[in-house]
Design a protein around this ligand. Sequence first.
Ligand SMILES: Nc1ncnc2c1ncn2[C@@H]1O[C@H](COP(=O)(O)OP(=O)(O)OP(=O)(O)O)[C@@H](O)[C@H]1O
Ligand SMILES: [Mg+2]
Length: 347
Amino acid sequence: MELRVANVRKEFERFPALNDVSLDIRSGELIALLGPSGSGKTTLLRLIAGLERPSAGSIFFGEDDASHKSVQDRNIGFVFQHYALFRHMTVLENVTFGLRVRDSRRRPAKAEIRRRALEFLDLVQLTGLEKRYPAQLSGGQRQRVALARAMAVEPNVLLLDEPFGALDAQVRKELRRWLREIHDRTGHTTVFVTHDQEEALELADRVVVMSKGNIEQVGTADEIYDNPVSPFVFGFIGQSSRLRVRVENGELWLHDRSIGIKAPEVRDGPADLYFRPHDVEITDGCGGCIAGLVTATRRIAGTCHTEIDVGAGQDRIEVGLSQDQSAVVKGGRLAFKPRYYRIFPTG
Ligand SMILES: Nc1ncnc2c1ncn2[C@@H]1O[C@H](COP(=O)(O)OP(=O)(O)OP(=O)(O)O)[C@@H](O)[C@H]1O
Ligand SMILES: [Mg+2]
């Protein structure tokens, strides 16, 4: 099922949790909503589910305007961050719940409900555990039951709000791979919320980066990492360093010196230069480069993280040097040029 969020705004007592957000989700796509806490991810998911009503704008399921449809009529599967299994029901009863409560017109026969639930339990690799209660399962197993329960109703759309958020890193990683496999087999249109960028980049067909109630960028993992469209996205995805510079006649200046970077398309005035700390080239002299005093060095897994003070009230900046360059010493001077960078005017 295709989904279209068109100019949706959501206010809670005049507080804008979402500002005019638009998003097209393709049928069968696995989409990740990624952003810091409070950026509006859960709000957007709840609006799609029908658990909240938009203050303005519409949500389409296929061609249908679903904005005023109830949760039931939208036929969605939902998994929340915190285990939301019914504690007094067995695994099988949990998975069959959504089908059992349907009105008689749409409810499959008892044997069919059971058959379908067992099939989904097999899919999430929990065969044999159908008689257990949630308290008798591990966290990862409970989330898999929640997923089987969400899928058992054959939803138009599967909505997952940080389903692995409460689990430890190793289990998260396994479930992530496994979710991707299940998605490829079942082909559900899936919207997945996370604030873990690795999870989003590894799992999703496309990532929606959100900040302060806005969508900042939508793209594949590579597009977003290689071509961040805003300072927020550059800083949020992957490692980044920022230097406050000045653009003058198509060149970048730091204090009174040109740093050897051309910027013919950027208007004159203050700007932020963003670069990836590990994507720099150390230079010998400094006729057009960035230079400063090394204030700290730290070796982590083969990379020497070096903090540099370029003076004049700037924040310290970080570059990541490979092992062979780690002759760099604290208190020494270091000159470098970023290989890949972006310039965002700030004035
Ligand atoms: N029911 C509500 N009443 C008032 N404000 C709300 C309500 N729900 C959400 N908000 C506010 O809307 C903003 C977005 O919240 P939302 O839960 O969508 O963020 P999120 O991106 O899911 O964050 P997290 O990663 O912490 O789950 C927040 O500032 C939050 O305080
Ligand atoms: Mg949330």
